[in-house]
Design a protein around this ligand. Structure first.
Ligand SMILES: O=C(O)CCC(=O)C(=O)O
Length: 258
């Protein structure tokens, strides 16, 4: 039985809201879970300050939004729990370019839960951008040009996938720009010269500050994102060690391209 409704405060103009309810309350209450599940696609990013989850709680939180699955092969895992990915700056971890996670596979995770384990002395904020707001801001001419275009995404020659440049979010129905700086190599059904002019424009376009939310971390903060309609970057401007735990989840994917 719900005693308190989900309490959400928007944090930026196009995405991100803060959840005031304590983590324990969310994990214990099926109605709060329904509300937070519905809130994620709407807001793109949800912040739970100082939630300080154990690995088991972080997995439980992720399971509200989809199946928690182990990180892809190349990512370091928690020694006690295979579902938790450990990104440690002392091990060389950086996420210093804008990206949507795993777009080099056919079915990328639909979101992830990140918790701050060791907050650097200074710096190391993470930014998220709304790729739906970025789509809305394109001219009608550009929207028409991009309809039915497909792009190649790869992490190396053996691991690649093709995705529509414009996707429709399966829950909100909003269109969004689906190319990112780390993994997208080119728009395959445009002449190469046009692809190499338009792709950099789109990458610049989605990264513009007006579409973003910037999170300055405190110890134990948790941020959950919808990986279908956002991109993110961790600023490499920090001093000291930075360690985050990440659990990805797989919910409703994009509909197959027509
Ligand atoms: O370390 C961060 O703040 C961002 C993590 C990230 O880029 C990822 O999990 O894909």
């Amino acid at each position: 039985m719900t005693t308190t409704a989900l309490s959400l405060t928007p944090l930026a103009g196009h995405l991100a809201a803060e959840v005031a309810n304590p983590l324990d309350a969310v994990l214990a209450d099926a109605e709060l879970q329904d509300e937070i599940r519905a809130a994620l696609p709407e807001h793109g990013v949800l912040v739970m300050r100082g939630a300080n989850p154990t690995p088991a709680q972080q997995i439980e939180l992720a399971e509200i939004f989809g199946d928690a699955r182990p990180p892809l092969g190349q990512n370091p895992r928690h020694p006690d729990n295979d579902l938790v990915c450990v990104f440690d700056s002392d091990e060389g971890y950086r996420a210093e370019k804008w990206h949507t996670d795993e777009t080099f596979v056919e079915h990328p995770c639909t979101g992830a839960v990140l918790s701050m384990q060791i907050n650097p002395e200074v710096g190391g904020d993470t930014l998220w951008t709304s790729t739906a707001a970025a789509y809305d801001a394109l001219s009608n001419g550009m929207k028409a040009l991009l309809a039915n275009r497909r792009a190649r995404h790869e992490i190396n020659e053996a691991n690649f996938a093709f995705h529509p440049v414009i996707q429709t979010h399966p829950v909100t129905g909003r269109k969004l720009v689906y190319v990112n700086e780390i993994f997208t190599r080119g728009i395959v059904n445009l002449p190469p010269g046009e692809s190499s002019a338009i792709l950099p424009f789109l990458l610049w376009h989605v990264q513009q500050p007006q579409f973003t939310y910037r999170h300055t971390w405190d110890d134990g903060d948790v941020v959950i994102w919808d990986n279908r309609c956002t991109q993110h970057i961790a600023l490499p401007d920090f001093r000291g060690r930075r360690v985050v735990h990440r659990v990805e989840f797989h919910g409703e994917p994009f509909a197959p391209a027509a």
